[in-house]
Write a protein that binds this ligand. Structure first.
Ligand SMILES: *Cc1c(COP(=O)(O)O)cnc(C)c1O
Length: 368
């Protein structure tokens, strides 16, 4: 290959650019009709009645916690392996993240390990559909019901993924999505919360816009100390344009993932395992290296071969802030999350990859 294959590359086309330029020319730049239209489109796509757009897929998680009244003295159960935002937002509202180890085959929270971590302070389970592979929801839903806990889904990676026949993000009181350029479709920065609960949606709309009463448009009444986590209309126009190609992008990514699953053959690699309840969105194709292979050496070696790779997500209790504050020993307490962090490797997977590039990636990795 004569051209470097990056780990990720957003697909921005002429029609996307035109949609953005049209909004810029219109003069209505923030939280206007394009954001509203996008909320309707995403609701329809995900089959959930309410959708609230925000600045990014971290503000969506943070405001979901705030809207549910979760804060000081409360605990929220999260997987030990995810992008840091999942645990950071729990800290940011003053609550304590309670980490649960993952299933090493799916990289998702191990539902069998959750119940022992539930205490009188637990208010919610924040489940992550890591890399766009669905978490095993049935037991998690049962636990939420039997212990009276809120179910929040961090579906940042999982737009279009399905658990059985239902979209990821449509199971809990709040389903959060990110539209960062690393995700399947992008608005640059952007996020969405979907919910079946109308009052939750209104509260989120109030919180994202300085606390203004969302039920009285045109009336300037501030009923809460709110944030400014609004989305711009040109971002919303970009995402509406991208959303039209989401099914195409998902299908192409599923085809590439199928090739990886069938053709990557190296005894020093373990491939992700797709459970029969999960139709993944394949946000990231994440493989595990055996202890014979050194993660950072492999990243450098593949870079020399013209292939961009990186570790996939963090063992969150192993990061300096959490380690210092709570004194975790991740290697012992969260061995699978620790292993996914130290031995994991995300390889390129996006719709713009050509068949030849996919073949090159497979051949190169097989010969490591
Ligand atoms: C990307 C991501 C986020 C954060 O989304 P941003 O839009 O970058 O704020 C949160 N959680 C997970 C699991 C993610 O992958």
């Amino acid at each position: 290959m004569d051209k470097f294959i990056p780990l990720a590359s957003p697909d921005i086309r002429d029609e996307d650019i035109e949609a953005v330029v049209n909004v810029l020319k219109s003069g209505q730049l923030v939280q206007g009709k394009e954001v509203e239209n996008l909320e309707v489109e995403l609701s329809k796509f995900l089959n959930v009645p309410y959708c609230v757009m925000m600045a990014n897929g971290t503000s969506t998680l943070q405001l979901s916690l705030v809207a549910l009244g979760i804060g000081r003295g409360d605990e929220v159960i999260v997987p030990a392996f995810s992008y840091m935002a999942t645990a950071n937002v729990v800290e940011l509202v003053g609550a304590k993240p309670i980490f649960v180890d993952i299933d090493i085959n799916t990289f998702n929270i191990n539902p069998q390990l959750i119940e022992e971590k539930i205490s009188s302070k637990t208010k919610a389970i924040m489940v992550v559909h890591e890399f766009g592979l669905c978490a095993d929801m049935n037991l998690i839903i049962d636990l939420c019901e039997s212990h009276g806990l809120y179910l929040i889904e961090d579906a940042a990676c999982a737009i279009g993924a399905k658990y059985n026949s239902r979209f990821a993000g449509s199971f809990g009181v709040a389903g959060s999505f990110s539209f960062h350029p690393r995700k399947a479709i992008t608005s640059g920065e952007g996020g969405a919360v979907v919910t079946f609960d109308k009052s939750m949606a209104n509260k989120l709309k109030t919180l994202r816009n300085h606390g203004i009463d969302a039920l009285k448009p045109g009336v300037m009444d501030f009923i809460l100390p709110g944030f400014n986590f609004r989305m711009t209309d040109f971002q919303a126009a970009l995402l509406q344009s991208q959303l039209k190609r989401l099914d195409f992008a998902l299908n192409r990514k599923r085809d590439i993932a199928t090739r990886y699953l069938n053709e990557l053959k190296n005894e020093d690699l373990t491939l992700p395992s797709v459970q029969n309840y999960s139709l993944p969105s394949w946000q990231t194709f994440h493989i595990l290296l055996s202890n014979h292979l050194n993660q950072s050496a492999i990243i450098l070696k593949l870079r020399e071969f013209g292939i961009g790779t990186n570790y996939g997500a963090q063992c969150m209790p192993e990061q300096t802030y959490f380690k210092n504050k709570y004194g975790y020993n991740s290697n012992k307490e969260y061995p699978n999350a620790f292993r996914a962090f130290t031995n994991g490797l995300a390889i390129p997977l996006y719709e713009k990859l050509s068949d030849d590039q996919v073949t090159y990636i497979i051949d190169t990795i097989n010969s490591l």
